[in-house]
Design a protein around this ligand. Structure first.
Ligand SMILES: C[S@@+](CC[C@H](N)C(=O)[O-])C[C@H]1O[C@@H](n2cnc3c(N)ncnc32)[C@H](O)[C@@H]1O
Length: 309
C-alpha cells in the first residue's frame, strides 16, 4: 500500500500541501514523522510538536504491515530510535570550567572565583604577594582585602572579626627552604616564599613548617569566614628529605578536622619543562603541577554545596 492510501491515517490531496502525503485532518506531512524518528526523537516529541496529529494515526502509520512506501519501509527496518533525554533548562556550552589547565594562575584563578564566589563578595587574599591571582580580574568585581606578611599582616592573626568574610584566598609558601647555612644559596627562593625566618615563627622545620603554616592559616581562615564561606587554597606536593609528601592530601585531612568541606580540586600544569644540571639517578617524578583546592565552611555534615545565586 502506498502512503497516500493509508485510509483515515494519511492521504494525499492536491489542495493540501501540494499533494504531499499528510496525516488526515491536518497539514502535517508524513515525512515529518519519518524525519523525527530518524533523527532520534520519540513519538511523544512528535505529538508534542504537531498536536493536530492523533496518537492513533501515528501508531497506525507505524504498524501498517502492508506499507510498501520507501519512506515508511525505511523507518521500519531501522531499530527503534533511542529516546533522547530532554534537558528542559540550560543551554549548550563549551565554556565549562575544567579541573585541569596548562595555564598560569592568573587565568585559572578567575575561573575558580567565577564558579564559587558571587561578584561583589568580600574576599581576603591573606598571602597577596605580588597579586598575580588578581591580574585579569576587573576592578570592582569583588571587594578585595589584600594582606601579606611583607606588609606586616600575618595570616595566622588576621585583622577581621569572626565570620566577617565571604571568601579567603591562601597561597602560603608551599615548599620548604633549608634554613641554616644552606639558606644563603636559596636566597631567592626564601625571598619569594618567606618560609623560614622573616617573622614566620615556628619550631618546625622543612615540610613540617610548611604544613604548620597551612594548618594555622586554615584555622584563622575558618574563624574569619561566615558559614558557607569559601576558602581557596593553593598548594603543591613536595619531596622532602627523599620522602614523598602529598601536601594536598595532608591539608585536606587537616582542614576537614577544622570544619571545612573539600569541594573541588584544580590541577595546574606548568607549560615549561623543568631542567636540572646534573642527574645521577632520578628517584621520584619531578613535580610540574600544583593545585587550587576549594573548601567551604560548614557546621553540619548534612549540608551540601549550593552554587552562588
Ligand atoms: C607563594 S607566595 C604568594 C604569591 C601570591 N599569590 C602572588 O600572587 O604573588 C607566598 C606568599 O606568602 C607570604 N607569607 C609567608 N608567610 C606568611 C604569613 N605567615 N602570613 C602572611 N603571608 C605570608 C609571602 O610573603 C609570600 O608573598
Amino acid at each position: 500500500m502506498k502512503t497516500d492510501e493509508l485510509r483515515g491515517v494519511v492521504h494525499s490531496d492536491p489542495q493540501v500541501m501540494g499533494g504531499t502525503p499528510v496525516f488526515v485532518g491536518t497539514r502535517v506531512p508524513l515525512e515529518n514523522l519519518i524525519d523525527y524518528l530518524e533523527g532520534g526523537e520519540s513519538v511523544d516529541d512528535f505529538l508534542e510538536a504537531f498536536p493536530t496529529v492523533k496518537r492513533e494515526q501515528v501508531i497506525a502509520a507505524m504498524n501498517d504491515q502492508q506499507e510498501e512506501s520507501d519512506s515508511l519501509a525505511t523507518f521500519r527496518t531501522k531499530p527503534k530510535p533511542q529516546e533522547k533525554r530532554k534537558v528542559k533548562n540550560g543551554k549548550p556550552s563549551n565554556e565549562l570550567v575544567l579541573s585541569a589547565y596548562i595555564e598560569g594562575n592568573d587565568s585559572v584563578f578567575p575561573r575558580i572565583l567565577g564558579l564559587y564566589v558571587k561578584p561583589g563578595s568580600v574576599i581576603a587574599d591573606v598571602t597577596y604577594g605580588k597579586g598575580v591571582f588578581w591580574r585579569t580580574i576587573p576592578d570592582g568585581e569583588y571587594q578585595i582585602r589584600a594582606t601579606d606578611l611583607q606588609n606586616g599582616v600575618d595570616c595566622r592573626d588576621l585583622p577581621y572579626k569572626n565570620g566577617e568574610l565571604d571568601c579567603v584566598v591562601f597561597d602560603p609558601p608551599y615548599m620548604h627552604t633549608p634554613g641554616g647555612s644552606a639558606h644563603t644559596v636559596h636566597n631567592q627562593f626564601e625571598d619569594h616564599y618567606r618560609n623560614n625566618g622573616t617573622g614566620n615563627r615556628t619550631n618546625s622545620k622543612y615540610h613540617e613548617a610548611v604544613l604548620e603554616l597551612y594548618i594555622d592559616g586554615g584555622k584563622e581562615a575558618h574563624r574569619v569566614l561566615r558559614n558557607r564561606g569559601v576558602f581557596i587554597v593553593k598548594c603543591q606536593d613536595e619531596v622532602c628529605a627523599n620522602r614523598q609528601r602529598f601536601t594536598h592530601v595532608e591539608i585536606m585531612a587537616a582542614y576537614e578536622k577544622i570544619g571545612f568541606v573539600p569541594e573541588d580540586l584544580f590541577v595546574i600544569v606548568r607549560n615549561n619543562r623543568p631542567g636540572v644540571s646534573r642527574v645521577v639517578q632520578q628517584v621520584h617524578a619531578r613535580k610540574n603541577h600544583s593545585y587550587f583546592l576549594v573548601f567551604w565552611k560548614s557546621d553540619s555534615e548534612k549540608e551540601r554545596w549550593q552554587p552562588p545565586q
